[in-house]
Design a protein around this ligand. Structure first.
Ligand SMILES: [Fe+2]
Length: 232
C-alpha cells in the first residue's frame, strides 16, 4: 500500500514537472521548418497547447476562468511594441496559462477552456486564455494571482506564449512573476532571460484589484529573432 502511495506521488510529481516544462528551451538554433514558419528562441515542449480550444474571435481584453476564485484579483496589462520599442504591435496573440491559487494545474472538464491531460499526463489545466493586441498594441487580462507550486520552491508565475501575425512560430517569453515573491530569489532573478523584456510585476493596488503593467518588445532577448522583422 505504501508503495502504491509512493508511485501515486511520483505520478503527481511528474505531472507537475512536465506541465511546467512547457516553457523549456530545447535549443538555441534558429531554423526554418517545412511549413515555412520561422523558429525563434529554440523549440519548446507542447507549443501546440497554445492552440488547444482557441476561440475564433479573440479580444484584447480577457477574463480568465480563475477570476472567480477566492484570492487576489489582478489585472495584467500593457502595450506590445515592435522591435524598435516604439511602434505598437497590433494583432499579436498572447496565450497564457497558470495554476490555481494552490499552485496546481487542474483539469476541470466542466470548464470550456480546460485541457484534458495528454497521454503523458501533461495539461495546462483550465485557467488559460488568449488575448490579441488592439490597434494600439494594448492587452488586458483579468485573473486571480496564482499560488506557488506546493512541492517545489518555484516563484508563482503565469506562462505566456507569443504568436505574431507573421511567419514566426509561436515562442515563449518570460513568465509573469511578482516582485514581492520571496521565492523569487536573487539567483532566480539572475537566471531570467527577459524575453520580450522583464516579466517581473510590481503590483499596484487599485480598489479591490492589483494592477501589474508589463510592456513587451517583440523579439527582445529571443535568440534567432530576425532583425527588423515587422508586424503588419
Ligand atoms: Fe508552470
Amino acid at each position: 500500500m505504501k508503495q502504491l502511495t509512493q508511485i501515486g506521488l511520483m505520478l503527481v510529481l511528474s505531472n507537475f514537472m512536465t506541465s511546467c516544462n512547457g516553457q523549456t528551451n530545447k535549443g538555441n538554433q534558429s531554423q526554418k521548418s517545412n511549413d515555412k514558419s520561422v523558429l525563434v528562441g529554440g523549440n519548446f515542449e507542447n507549443s501546440e497547447f497554445t492552440y488547444y480550444g482557441i476561440p475564433k474571435h479573440i479580444s484584447s481584453i480577457d477574463t480568465s476562468p480563475g477570476w472567480n476564485l477566492k484570492g487576489d484579483k489582478i489585472l495584467l496589462t500593457g502595450v506590445v511594441y515592435q522591435q524598435d520599442g516604439k511602434t505598437p504591435a497590433p494583432n499579436v496573440l498572447l496565450y497564457y496559462y497558470q495554476t490555481n491559487t494552490e499552485g496546481r494545474y487542474v483539469h476541470k472538464p466542466e470548464e470550456k477552456r480546460s485541457m484534458p491531460p495528454n497521454n503523458l499526463g501533461q495539461t495546462h489545466g483550465y485557467i488559460r486564455g488568449w488575448v490579441k493586441t488592439d490597434a494600439e498594441g494594448k492587452y488586458a487580462i483579468y485573473t486571480v494571482k496564482p499560488g506557488s507550486y506546493p512541492i517545489h520552491a518555484e516563484p508563482a508565475h503565469i506562462h505566456v506564449t507569443v504568436k505574431e501575425p507573421n511567419e514566426i512560430k509561436e515562442y515563449y517569453i518570460d513568465d509573469f512573476v511578482f516582485e514581492d515573491d520571496k521565492l523569487l530569489t536573487a539567483t532566480k532573478r539572475q537566471r531570467l532571460e527577459n524575453r520580450c523584456g522583464s516579466g517581473i510585476l510590481n503590483l499596484v493596488p487599485n480598489g479591490d484589484l492589483q494592477i501589474g503593467e508589463r510592456n513587451l518588445i517583440l523579439g527582445l532577448n529571443v535568440s534567432g529573432y530576425p532583425k527588423k522583422q515587422g508586424v503588419n
